[in-house]
Design a protein around this ligand. Structure first.
Ligand code: GLP
Length: 243
């Protein structure tokens, strides 16, 4: 593993520093493929990218993006879907072409069909240049939950109880959180040329320590990043406090 650590004093500083990495990737390769993530962690980074775009510093005209995951059963119109999140928090504020942005189709009921389509799409795009990742409290990446074996391709997962609880904050009630999701698998994530993991807050410190200093195990899906040759970890002081 080659891991570089970027340490911000707090969430805002960490977000700006992580945005520097994404901005550099776009400047170096204007038609790069960005693997994008949802959740609270990348929000500040997206804000920072939008500010740079508004300042005329960042051009998304040729950028393509492919997202990690989507709730099964939710479509673009649902304000809890990840497609909606991406439109609202990034795509609608920059000049990326909508047809160059990809998120699994949560409304496709045939899981095998949707997962095969997504893997073919990813292969077509040549994989991602830079994959953004958050990390769940149980070590999940995308929606790859702790399991007996590492996943490979895009698949449909039953969300862990702890993930449903953690994501309830975005829904009216726990009962409204979808129980299934489509997620890029471990191989899709691991084939990225560079992985940019972002985590903040002391509630992430323990899992960060486990993922990067503990054994590589499917029980901690993020631990597989120890085998990736090029990981950049952007954290704030609290998330990094146990490393
Ligand atoms: C969600 C997403 C993940 C995300 C994680 C952490 O379940 N599917 O891609 O990384 O939770 O979210 P947060 O950044 O809000 O802590």
């Amino acid at each position: 593993m080659k891991m570089r650590i970027i340490k911000g004093k707090n969430y805002d500083e960490m977000s700006r520093m992580a945005a520097d990495v994404v901005a550099a990737q776009i400047l170096l390769k204007p038609n790069c493929v960005l693997g994008l993530a949802t959740g609270g962690s990348p929000l500040g980074l997206y804000k920072s990218l939008i500010a740079r775009h508004n300042a005329g510093e960042l051009d998304f005209a040729a950028v393509r993006s492919i997202n990690l995951d989507e709730y099964k059963g939710l479509g673009a119109e649902s304000d809890q879907s990840y497609r909606y999140f991406m439109n609202k928090n990034l795509f609608s504020h920059v000049n990326i072409k909508t047809e160059n942005t990809f998120v699994p189709n949560g409304l496709e009921e045939d899981g095998d069909k949707e997962c095969a389509r997504y893997d073919a799409l990813m292969a077509d795009m040549g994989g991602t240049d830079l994959q953004l990742l958050g990390i769940g409290h149980n070590g999940h990446i995308g929606f790859n939950e702790p399991a007996d074996a590492f996943s490979t391709g895009t698949h449909c997962v039953a969300l862990a109880e702890s993930t449903i609880k953690a994501n309830t904050r975005f829904f009216a009630s726990e009962a409204d959180v979808p129980r299934f999701a489509y997620t890029m698998g471990t191989s899709g994530i691991m084939h990225a040329k560079t992985v940019l993991l972002i985590a903040s807050g002391k509630e992430k410190a323990e899992i960060i320590k486990k993922a990067f200093t503990g054994p590589v195990t499917p029980q901690v899906p993020a631990s597989i990043l120890q085998l990736h040759p090029n990981v950049i970890f952007a954290g704030d002081e609290e998330a990094l406090s146990l490393l």
